[in-house]
Write a protein that binds this ligand. Structure first.
Ligand SMILES: [Zn+2]
Length: 278
């Protein structure tokens, strides 16, 4: 996919507000930097009025803990990303880093432990054991704090599910950027888990993901951007921001054959049920 650093236009406004379930506002993106204020204002113009900001390395987690106190539109999540956990473990710094995450996760406006899980795409076999250990630590932390868990599962569906079932999933377990097929979606729904769909569900070649969305009840679905990554079609390859969740929401309502306003209201209600009041 060709890179293009120009910001895409703000999408047409949704008929009812929704929540972006997962983004990284601290992450530098675009040829011309835009402020967090600008991106949140554009998101609100598109109907994306609430955002879950995820900080998944130490620096980003500290940034997130501060940002959620400055921006009323934000709630936060903190964790050590599986790829970072592997690097930290190799450097002998994992325990200290996880201890700080466990402190930050106690913040009143930090409502998510995540993203955590397994990534066999970017981390090789040498980092596998460290990722498994970190995943288990985050599952235990989410259960201890009674907070939702957001999972990062890249090319590791079977083992992520195996660990969740072995350790016992937290009461609220959300697959961030769900990437499984319909069979995995059915299994996740049967287990009581939630599936968060990103811009990947709008990509032209991604019929399997749309098939997974089609078997997911709207009540078990969330919408996210993972901004600045995974910008939806037709802006794929450009930097993303929470406003882009409006495009993904339209696609998902279409896949489910639902009225767009009813779909947005469902996403709003589910997001608030899981994370509490902003
Ligand atoms: Zn992410």
């Amino acid at each position: 996919m060709a890179r293009d650093g120009s910001w895409p236009p703000v999408p047409e406004a949704l008929p009812a507000p929704i929540v972006d379930n997962h983004c990284h506002l601290e992450y530098p993106a675009g040829d011309e930097p835009t402020s967090v204020e600008t991106r949140l204002a554009q998101a609100a113009d598109a109907g994306v009025t609430r955002v879950v900001q995820i900080g998944c390395d130490l620096e980003s987690a500290r940034w997130t803990a501060d940002a959620v106190t400055r921006f009323p539109q934000l709630l936060g999540g903190v964790a050590l990303h599986p790829n970072d956990a592997a690097v930290l473990a190799a450097e002998g710094r994992y325990d200290e880093a996880f201890a700080e995450i466990a402190v930050l996760a106690r913040g009143e406006r930090i409502r998510v432990v995540g993203e955590t899980g397994l990534d066999t795409f970017r981390t090789g076999p040498e980092g596998h054991d460290a990722q498994v250990r970190a995943f288990r630590d985050h599952i235990a932390l989410a259960k201890e704090l009674g907070k939702p868990l957001q999972i990062h599962d890249r090319d590791a569906h079977a083992e992520v599910i195996e660990i969740l079932l072995a350790d016992g999933a937290p009461d609220v377990t959300v697959f961030h950027c769900f990437s499984g097929h319909a069979a995995m979606a059915r299994l996740a729904v049967a287990e009581g888990w939630y599936l968060s769909f990103a811009g990947t569900v709008t990509f032209k070649n991604n019929d399997p993901l749309r098939a997974a969305a089609a078997v997911t009840p709207a009540s078990r679905m969330l919408v996210e951007t993972d901004a600045p990554f995974l910008t939806p079609h037709p802006h794929r390859g450009k930097p993303g921001s929470p406003a882009m969740a409006a495009i993904t929401a339209r696609t998902l309502a279409g896949v489910l054959g639902m009225d767009l306003e009813a779909f947005c209201t469902q996403i709003w209600d589910t997001s608030h049920d899981l994370y509490g009041a902003w």
